[in-house]
Design a protein. Structure first.
Length: 382
C-alpha cells in the first residue's frame, strides 16, 4: 500500500530546500565577533585550512594528530590527509553522537594538535566539556565542524571553537551548491589565505545548476533519480581533497538573501516530530538536551538494527525521505581504515550506525507526507 503511495506522490528527498537566485548588489555578509572569516570553495577545504593552521602552531610536533569521532563523514579524513595530519578515531558516547569523554581523554597524546567536535544534524558535541578539557591541554585546538548546522542571526554567540567550519554544499542547511566558511579566533599574525592552493572555479553555469537542483527537489522528479540503481544516491564514500580555493563571487552574492530565508524558516515540523514520535521509540536523549540547535534532519534512534531495517524499509518503500545516514562507523567506510589510527574500540559508533534513521525536515515535507511518516512509525512493533 505504501509503495503504491510512492507511485502517486513520488519520493521525498531526504534533505534540501530551494535556493533563491537573488544576487545582492553588495556583499552583505554576516559579521563574526572575535573571529576572522575565510570564505572557501567547500566545507572540506575550510576544515583542511583549520587543520593546517592548528598544525602550524606547533612546528615542533613531527607527526601531528587530530582526534575525530568514530561516527562521522569521511570528508574529515580527506581534510586531514590534505593537511598532513594523522587521523585518530575515538568512540562516541553510548546512544549519542558526541565524543566519549573517557575514550577521548585516553587518546590525547603529545602529538595531538586538534580535536574535531562535530555538530551532528544540529546536535552539537559537549562543547563546554571539550573547552574545559582543552584548558588542560593548551597545545590542542578545538575545531567545531558545523557542516550540518548554520546559526541563525542571533546564534553566532554560541560558537566556542578556536576554529569553526561551515559548509554551503548540496543538502546543507544553507545550500549554495558549494562553498565553505572558516572562522578562526582572531590572530593578527596568521594569514589564513596563505593556505589557498588555487583560484575560484568559474561560476558561469551556477544559475543553471541551481535551477536544475530546485526542479529535482520535486518528489516525482526526484523519484526518477532515487529509484535508479546505477546512481547510488546517498552512498557514503571517501573523496580525496586535492585543491583549496576561495569561494567564487557569485555564491558570495547569493549568500545574504539565502541566509535571510534560512533564518526565517519555520522549525514547526521538527517540533511536530517531537510531539508525535513516542518517547518509547526514540532513544536519542540528546534531542532533549541544551546541545540541540536547529535540526537539518530529524534523527531517530530505535532499539536495534532489526527494528531499524524494518522501519527504514517501510519508509523508503513509501518514498518518504528516510535514510540510514552514513550506515557504518568511520573506519568501516571503504578506503578509510588504512588512513586512520583507531584508539580502543568503537562499539558505540557501530551500535549508533546500526540503529539510526533520519527523517526529512525540509520545506517539501507537507502535512500529508508528515502524517504518513508518523503513521508508519506509530505502527512500529516493539
Amino acid at each position: 500500500m505504501e509503495a503504491f503511495g510512492a507511485l502517486i506522490y513520488g519520493d521525498l528527498p531526504p534533505v534540501g530546500n530551494r535556493i533563491c537566485w537573488h544576487e545582492a548588489a553588495q556583499e552583505e555578509l554576516p559579521s563574526f565577533i572575535d573571529y576572522q572569516p575565510l570564505w572557501l570553495d567547500c566545507g572540506t577545504s575550510a576544515l583542511a585550512v583549520a587543520l593546517l593552521a592548528a598544525k602550524a602552531k606547533h612546528p615542533e610536533i613531527s607527526a601531528p594528530e587530530v582526534i575525530v569521532p568514530a561516527y562521522c563523514c569521511p570528508d574529515l579524513v580527506a581534510a586531514a590527509n590534505f593537511a598532513g595530519v594523522k587521523v585518530v578515531v575515538v568512540d562516541i558516547a553510548k546512544a549519542d553522537p558526541a565524543l566519549d569523554t573517557n575514550a577521548l581523554q585516553a587518546s590525547i597524546s603529545d602529538s595531538t594538535v586538534a580535536i574535531i567536535a562535530v555538530n551532528f544534524l544540529g546536535i552539537c558535541d559537549n562543547l563546554a566539556a571539550l573547552t574545559q578539557l582543552r584548558q588542560q591541554h593548551p597545545h590542542i585546538s578545538l575545531i567545531e565542524d558545523n557542516a550540518q548546522w548554520f546559526p541563525d542571526a542571533e546564534a553566532f554567540s554560541s560558537l566556542m571553537g578556536d576554529y569553526v567550519v561551515f559548509s554551503f554544499g548540496r543538502g546543507k542547511p544553507l545550500s549554495l551548491l558549494g562553498g565553505g566558511l572558516l572562522l578562526a579566533k582572531a590572530e593578527p599574525q596568521t594569514d589564513l589565505a596563505a593556505y589557498l592552493t588555487g583560484q575560484p572555479a568559474p561560476s558561469s553555469r551556477l544559475k543553471l545548476k541551481v535551477s536544475a537542483y530546485n526542479l529535482l527537489l520535486q518528489p516525482r522528479l526526484y523519484q526518477l533519480l532515487n529509484r535508479n540503481p546505477l546512481l547510488k544516491l546517498g552512498e557514503t564514500r571517501y573523496h580525496p581533497l586535492t585543491v583549496v580555493t576561495p569561494m567564487d563571487d557569485q555564491r558570495r552574492r547569493l549568500l545574504p538573501e539565502n541566509f535571510n530565508r534560512y533564518s526565517k524558516r519555520s522549525q514547526s515540523r521538527e517540533f511536530a516530530y517531537d510531539k508525535q514520535i513516542p518517547a518509547s521509540v526514540n532513544c536519542l536523549d540528546a534531542l532533549t538536551s541544551p546541545r540541540r540547535r536547529r535540526l537539518l534532519r530529524y534523527p531517530l534512534l530505535v532499539d536495534d538494527r532489526l527494528q531499524r531495517d524494518l522501519l527504514l524499509q517501510k519508509l523508503r518503500s513509501a518514498g518518504l525521505g528516510a535514510t540510514a545516514m552514513y550506515q557504518k562507523p568511520l573506519p568501516e567506510i571503504p578506503g578509510v581504515e588504512a588512513m586512520v589510527d583507531i584508539r580502543g574500540n568503537y562499539n558505540n559508533a557501530r551500535d549508533f550506525a546500526d540503529r539510526l534513521i533520519t527523517l526529512p525536515l525540509h520545506e517539501g515535507v507537507d502535512e500529508k507526507s508528515f502524517n504518513r511518516i508518523i503513521s508508519i512509525i506509530s505502527h512500529l512493533k516493539r
